[in-house]
Design a binder for this molecule. Structure first.
Ligand SMILES: Cc1ncc(COP(=O)(O)OP(=O)(O)O)c(N)n1
Ligand SMILES: Cc1ncsc1CCOP(=O)(O)O
Ligand SMILES: [Mg+2]
Length: 576
């Protein structure tokens, strides 16, 4: 269906630019090196001729890929949205852009109409002149390898005719038609004059049409649609107008606690049923659903899975957004990217990573807390009260669910004190609780992948014992380096001790700030900090803080020692 580039795997393996990490189950299933389809970086989909697929990561070994030959460039799935602009950005072109971004598909836009719109309703509409719609269409389609066209508000017969003519000139893999007629607020966006051109010209070209109840009824000359059986009849009648597939959305069906949509492909009916999300923030659901279908088609998925994924995508976003508040009208927008609330919860972390946070780095240990009969939250509270400037949860034996609960509780404490909280090894836990970042070692999740998964604003720390590792950490997008064990330690088994010389070598080679770790406490922290390298920013400590009766006392002692020697001030001055 979609025209993503097919690359032969042997050419990928031959290049130094890509390292294709084939998941074990791929070779177990006997996948050959032929016909691997790379659809997205850094994630990829392996697709075989029988369309089974596996997902994984493509890691770029070089940041600069500008020297790649044409045959190795990655084709990005591309949806062109032909729709109206919504100034409130809940629906229309703006929703389409967000839905495609959320589904990791490129979206270009042809604007058919500009609406003055908010959560209350539509205050004004100004259609774009037809010849300028034609010009936009030509600009995009003549250049940009569009896979799928998705239509929204098509406000005039002339614009629809221009679209159909242009699509004949520049054919695409699929056409998704959302026959927008009325906004969520009830305002008319396309008059009855377009009904016949929809039915006679556009629908026969469509791979799928996605009317809601009101639109289906209007297209069927006002027939009443009140039950799921009515939706089935409507789907069949609409199918007879020529589209290859029909999705009739039953979101407005009365008396249903479920959201029921009917999908018909000419052979089979699918009843897509899910619990109705109780929310007022539904503005733009139709546009987003159609865009998501288009996005999945552009990636090469079959129609039924595209529709199912799209429905799940919208439901997830609606559920996530049910308590957000944007605008005073009855139907607010929702958050396609599931990120807006996180930002407002982030308010206690006022700035990005600050290397002076490494001064007194407390690393927890579940065994030690158990031994001394304290909870992890009490341990973290005491460490912060004693002066810890950053906290890492290093819970090696914790069950995932317990770890997540502890991490959420500790995060609350840390946020209320403005202290960053990092998670050791477990990117999944960091993502699930929205921690401030992670610390990974040389055999953990590679720092570059951790960075990709966590995004640019989170902190990524990497353990390094050599200059080569520090350089790689920097290339991979790490924020700091943990270097050790500086001294022998019982906390980490089989750990090679690098000594003060090893620490110095790493610091000298590093372009990133460094924190020293391993066997460090009040008795030797000063010696460590006085090795005289500007980017050594602090000490990371486990047993000296947590393997004792009173975490508060031990942390205070170490904090006093570090502040007394004004180590941070010294290193800050040197590094400037
Ligand atoms: C600040 C800091 N530095 C180094 C480490 C060690 O990480 P790693 O090498 O992954 O070993 P484990 O801690 O996972 O056993 C650290 N945790 N923190
Ligand atoms: C996790 C880790 N990485 C290198 S040494 C070490 C253990 C540090 O623990 P302690 O501070 O008790 O020596
Ligand atoms: Mg680790």
């Amino acid at each position: 269906m979609a025209s993503s580039t097919f690359l032969s795997a042997s050419s990928l393996f031959a290049t130094k630019h890509y390292l294709l990490l084939i998941p074990p189950q791929a070779s177990a299933k006997g996948y050959t090196n032929n016909n691997l389809r790379v659809s997205n970086s850094p994630s990829f989909v392996l697709r075989t001729k029988n369309s089974t697929h596996l997902q994984g990561f493509v890691a770029m070994q070089e940041k600069d890929a500008s020297t790649l030959g044409d045959d190795l460039k990655i084709k990005i799935p591309h949806v062109l949205s032909v729709a109206g602009s919504d100034s409130g950005a809940g629906a229309g072109i703006q929703a389409d852009l967000k839905a495609c971004a959320a589904r990791r598909v490129y979206c270009s836009t042809v604007i058919t109409s500009v609406t003055a719109q908010n959560t209350v309703g539509v205050q004004g509409v100004s259609n774009v002149p037809e010849d300028f719609v034609a010009e936009q269409l030509k600009s995009v389609l003549s250049d940009m390898q569009v896979d799928v066209v998705k239509t929204g508000m098509l406000p005039s017969v002339g614009i629809i005719n221009i679209l159909c003519k242009t699509l004949r000139e520049f054919p695409v893999q699929a056409l998704v038609v959302d026959p927008v007629m009325v906004s969520t607020s009830g305002d008319v966006l396309a008059g009855p004059s377009i009904l016949s051109v929809f039915r006679e010209v556009l629908f026969p070209m469509a791979d799928i049409i996605t009317p809601n109840l009101k639109e289906a009824s209007a297209l069927l000359d006002g027939v009443q649609l009140e039950t799921v059986d009515d939706l089935r009849c409507a789907a069949r009648l609409l199918y007879d107008m020529g589209p290859k597939n029909v999705l009739v959305k039953g979101g407005d069906l009365p008396d249903s606690s479920d959201a029921v949509d009917i999908f018909f492909n000419g052979d089979n009916f699918y009843e897509l049923r899910s619990p109705r999300v109780k929310t007022q923030n539904t503005h733009g659901t139709g546009c987003s659903l159609a865009s998501c279908i288009a996005a999945e088609l552009a990636k090469g998925y079959p129609m039924v899975s595209a529709v199912k994924v799209a429905k799940r995508f919208v439901e997830t976003a609606l559920d996530y957004s049910k308590d957000i508040f944007i605008g005073n009208g009855p139907q607010g927008p929702f958050d396609h990217l599931l990120r807006l609330k996180r930002h407002s919860q982030d308010c206690h972390r006022l700035q990005a990573f600050n290397s002076s946070d490494l001064l007194l780095y407390a690393v927890t240990d579940s065994e030690m807390n158990k031994k001394w009969g304290r909870s992890i939250t009490d341990a973290v509270k005491a460490a912060i009260e004693g002066g810890a400037t950053i906290v890492q949860l290093r819970e090696k034996d914790a069950e995932t669910q317990d770890f997540l609960e502890s991490a959420k509780a500790c995060l609350k404490i840390c946020r209320s004190h403005g202290v960053p909280l990092l998670i050791n090894d477990r990117i999944d836990i960091a993502l699930a609780c929205d921690a401030d970042g992670v610390h990974v070692g040389q055999s953990d999740m590679p720092a570059r992948v951790a960075r990709t998964l966590l995004g640019p604003e989170k902190i990524v720390g990497v353990s390094c014992k050599t200059p080569e590792q520090t350089r790689q950490a920097w290339v991979d997008g790490a924020d700091y380096i943990g270097c050790g064990g500086v001294y022998p330690t019982n906390t980490k088994e089989n750990n090679i001790t690098v000594g003060l010389d090893g620490l110095k070598t790493v610091c000298m080679a590093s372009t990133l700030p460094v924190v020293a770790i391993g066997g460090i406490g009040v008795s030797n922290a000063r010696t460590v900090m006085e090795i005289g390298v500007p980017n050594l920013k602090g000490v990371a400590v486990v047993s000296a803080l947590f393997d004792g009766e009173c975490v508060l006392t031990e942390t205070r002692k170490l904090h006093a020692m570090l502040s007394e020697s004004n180590i941070d001030g010294y290193t800050q001055k040197l590094i400037i």
